[in-house]
Ligand binder design. Structure first.
Ligand SMILES: Nc1nc2c(c(=O)[nH]1)N[C@H]1C(S)=C(S)[C@@H](COP(=O)(O)O)O[C@H]1N2
Ligand SMILES: [Mo]
Length: 310
């Protein structure tokens, strides 16, 4: 019988929802409900969460931008495919297998995973390797919290993640666009870093399916493809795990994939990025080293040649 987490949500949790209430009222008044239906969002149930000092002051992208312009190849390669098809995904129940070098391996359901966790709002910059970016108000909790609870073994050096394989519900998986399941990985110290979160929502509500419901990784200083969606397996290991885009094209996509304006993609520059949103106001801006999180994470890579370990 797998170890079960205690389930209790602290009553001291605050829900600073007023900030989003105006927006929500506005959406509702201006055909927001119709919009939500059109892009396949379920009925929204608000989450309890606290604010985080790790949030950027930058203005978040709209819910529409964040939920209608996506990469989630399990649903197709078009930016609008996830919003069109992700409603087909069944996210309840959602067992997550945690195995490998851990003291408490097992299959945990979402109640186990969220039990006793304080959800936080983390407004993060998000930079795709394709040179577009957004600002996203995630709701989640540090991956380190979960890892500590399952007790990484002394030899564990990496964490591997897998997305579910279910071609009946994920039309993109009926073709070999990628070598399914989608796989990602982090070094254990990257995984334990306080900026690394498992996100279960955004804009104060549960995660939209196109963004990786019910639980996805967010690593804000790395290119977006490291932030694997709809996770069903987490494995602690002593070897660098195989990762989807690195397997697909190792020359173009490294294991580390830290945002780096000085290391260009072989087919395009990474010096600037296009901030999604606002149509005419969509603007190019300089890309920052580690996506602007250098103060927090540069130390993880001290002494490493980042042109070699791209
Ligand atoms: N399982 C899975 N996770 C994935 C992807 C994917 O195709 N499949 N795409 C990645 C890429 S390339 C990006 S940019 C981000 C996009 O996240 P968003 O759609 O929530 O903005 O998800 C990442 N996680
Ligand atoms: Mo991406």
């Amino acid at each position: 019988m797998p170890y079960r987490f205690r389930t209790s949500l602290k009553s001291s949790d605050v829900t600073p929802k007023s900030a989003w209430m105006n927006r929500r009222a506005l959406l509702a008044g201006a055909g927001g409900a119709a919009f939500a239906g059109a892009i396949g969002l379920p009925a929204r149930a608000e989450l309890s969460y606290v604010k985080s000092p790790y949030s950027t002051q930058a203005e978040p992208n709209s819910l529409e931008d964040i939920t209608s312009y996506n990469n989630f190849y399990e649903f197709g390669t078009g930016k609008d495919d996830p919003a069109r098809h992700a409603h087909q995904l069944t996210t309840e129940p959602w067992p997550v297998k945690i195995d490998g070098m851990v003291g408490k391996p097992g299959t945990y359901d979402m109640d186990d995973i969220l039990g006793g966790v304080t959800l936080e709002e983390r407004i993060y910059r998000f930079r795709c390797v394709e040179a577009w970016s957004m600002v996203i108000p995630w709701i989640g909790f540090p991956l380190a919290d979960l890892l500590r609870r399952v007790e990484p073994g002394p030899g564990a050096k990496y964490v591997a993640f897998e997305t579910l394989v279910r071609p009946e519900e994920m039309p993109g998986q009926r073709r070999a666009i990628l070598d399914w399941p989608y796989r990602e990985g982090l070094r254990l110290d990257e995984a334990m870093h306080p900026l690394t979160i498992l996100a279960t929502g955004l804009y104060g509500d549960p995660m939209p399916k196109q963004n990786g419901a019910p639980i996805r990784l967010v690593v804000p200083w790395k290119y977006g493809f490291k932030s694997i969606k709809s996770i069903v397996r987490i494995t602690l290991t002593d070897r660098e795990p195989p990762t989807t885009w690195n397997m697909q094209n190792p020359r173009e996509y490294g294991f580390y994939s830290n945002v780096n304006p000085e290391v260009d993609h072989p087919r395009w520059s990474q010096a600037t990025e296009r901030r999604i949103g606002g149509g005419l106001f969509s603007s190019r801006q300089p890309t920052l080293m580690f996506n602007g999180y250098g103060e927090e994470v540069a130390g993880l890579y001290a002494g490493m040649d980042l042109t070699k370990h791209y």
